[in-house]
Design a binder for this molecule. Structure first.
Ligand SMILES: Nc1ncnc2c1ncn2[C@@H]1O[C@H](COP(=O)(O)OP(=O)(O)OP(=O)(O)O)[C@@H](O)[C@H]1O
Ligand SMILES: [Mg+2]
Length: 408
């Protein structure tokens, strides 16, 4: 039987067809071929509505080049699209709506504020969540500064460390403002008096952007550079959540964020953690706590929202060894593991979603054959339910996922 097909749904970054993670998708295609899964890459722009086909990009491992080919809809979709302000993103929203009946490995998560509130409802998660408020004015920052010496201001839809401001209370009552602008450039540190805060924040805010104000964690290493951890939690080939790996990130000098795209460096978790906590026993305990927490968060978000196949948690570990969740990323890059020298973890990070896709495909097929057996046995009573298997919305016929890649 022909291999099932996984479609990686992505977005062009510009009008020239630039794709962000093309080399990762090439690796996924090669890895998929080894386990019996065909991989295609496409964007909503590549969907040909007239004939219900996709003008997809397909990587050929033997010749190492990409080809454009018209293919049928894939059996499953792996959504890698991140928010961008463009017409392309509007097209994506329309695609997700129109083809919502297809099998997606993952559905969009929510913004930082909504995810925070969802997790905050679970008592067991609360000790790991820094105090956070939706930012509406400098009052929100002042309320946090009354309790904590450090506050971070972050866009609720921000990525890559853009538009993040760190506000630190100094001994003489002034405030130190540091951060990155909305293009990720490091801004000149500024010392201001408390009564200037409101005016400075207004200058900082970007129109149309919403922010959260969050208790800041002191994660500066003795050399003054900030550090944190990225934990990748993925569904495996048995459909279960598992921690694939966790790696440290150290920000560049003068940076208040650790993101690799902002010049951060990766390091194995243990090596970094050893510079921070006393004993090996403490280190083991922290890792265990962090891993249990990561899996619980993934399970909870999946059950609250919708399908998920992976998440990356940005974690801070304070001096006392407490694990804090800074952020949940539903579309994680895997580069941190390659850069930390953890080749096996990197490889697993690439193959796990593929193994999970195969598992899901098998589940669907056996579920479907169970259902149709049931329907055959009880045809008269289940007559109408057979029609529910047909993909049709508002009378409009929609393409069915096809088992084989056209032209193959
Ligand atoms: N509350 C905080 N305390 C200390 N440092 C923080 C805090 N929040 C964020 N940071 C630092 O800023 C970095 C970026 O913040 P965050 O992960 O929340 O947003 P982002 O990186 O822009 O989003 P994404 O990870 O989706 O690209 C963190 O990795 C961490 O180094
Ligand atoms: Mg982050």
């Amino acid at each position: 039987m022909a291999n099932p097909v996984l479609g990686i749904l992505t977005l062009y970054l510009n009008d020239k067809g630039l794709l962000e993670e093309k080399s990762v998708y090439a690796k996924m295609t090669s890895a998929g071929a080894r386990i019996g899964l065909n991989v295609i890459v496409f964007t909503p722009q590549d969907v040909d509505e007239r004939n219900g086909r996709i003008n997809a990009l397909i990587y050929k491992p033997d010749t190492r080049n990409w080809q454009r080919r018209s293919v049928r809809f894939p059996n499953m979709i792996y959504d890698r699209c991140r928010i961008q302000r463009s017409k392309r993103f509007e097209q994506l929203l329309a695609f997700r709506k129109k083809y919502g009946h297809l099998t997606f490995l993952n559905r969009p998560l929510r913004n930082k504020w909504t995810v925070y509130r969802t997790l905050g409802k679970v008592a067991a998660f609360r000790p790991h969540l820094p105090a956070t408020r939706l930012y509406t004015s400098s009052d929100d920052v002042n309320a946090l500064l009354a309790k904590y010496p450090l506050v971070y201001l972050k866009p609720i839809n921000g990525t890559g460390g853009r538009g993040i401001l760190r506000i630190e209370k100094m001994r003489n009552g002034t405030l130190l403002l540091q951060g990155r602008d909305h293009s990720r450039r490091i801004i000149e540190p500024m010392r201001i008096s408390r009564d200037r805060l409101s005016a400075e924040l207004r200058k900082w805010e970007k129109k149309g952007e919403k922010y959260i104000a969050q208790q800041g964690l002191n994660i500066k290493l003795p050399n003054g550079r900030v550090h944190d951890y990225r934990m990748l939690v993925q569904k495996n080939g048995s459909g279960e959540w598992e921690v694939t790996g966790c790696a440290g990130r150290v920000g560049p000098p003068r940076s208040i964020t650790s993101n690799l795209h902002g010049g951060g460096e990766a390091a194995p978790m243990n090596a970094l953690l050893r510079r921070w906590v006393g004993s090996e026993a403490a280190l083991r305990q922290i890792r265990e706590t962090a891993e249990r927490f990561g899996i619980s968060v993934a399970r909870h978000l999946e059950s609250t929202y919708d399908a998920l196949c992976e998440l990356a948690l940005d974690l801070a570990i304070d001096r006392s060894g407490r694990v804090w969740l800074l952020e949940v990323n539903p579309k994680p890059a895997r580069e941190v593991f390659a850069r930390a020298g953890e080749k096996d973890v990197y490889r697993r990070a690439i193959t796990r979603p593929l193994e999970y896709a195969l598992w899901l495909h098998r589940q669907k097929r056996s579920g479907r054959s169970d259902r149709s057996r049931h329907a055959d046995n009880d045809a008269s009573q289940n007559f109408s339910s057979q029609f529910e298997h047909r993909s049709s919305v508002g009378g409009e016929a929609l393409p069915e996922p096809m088992p084989a890649m056209a032209g193959d």
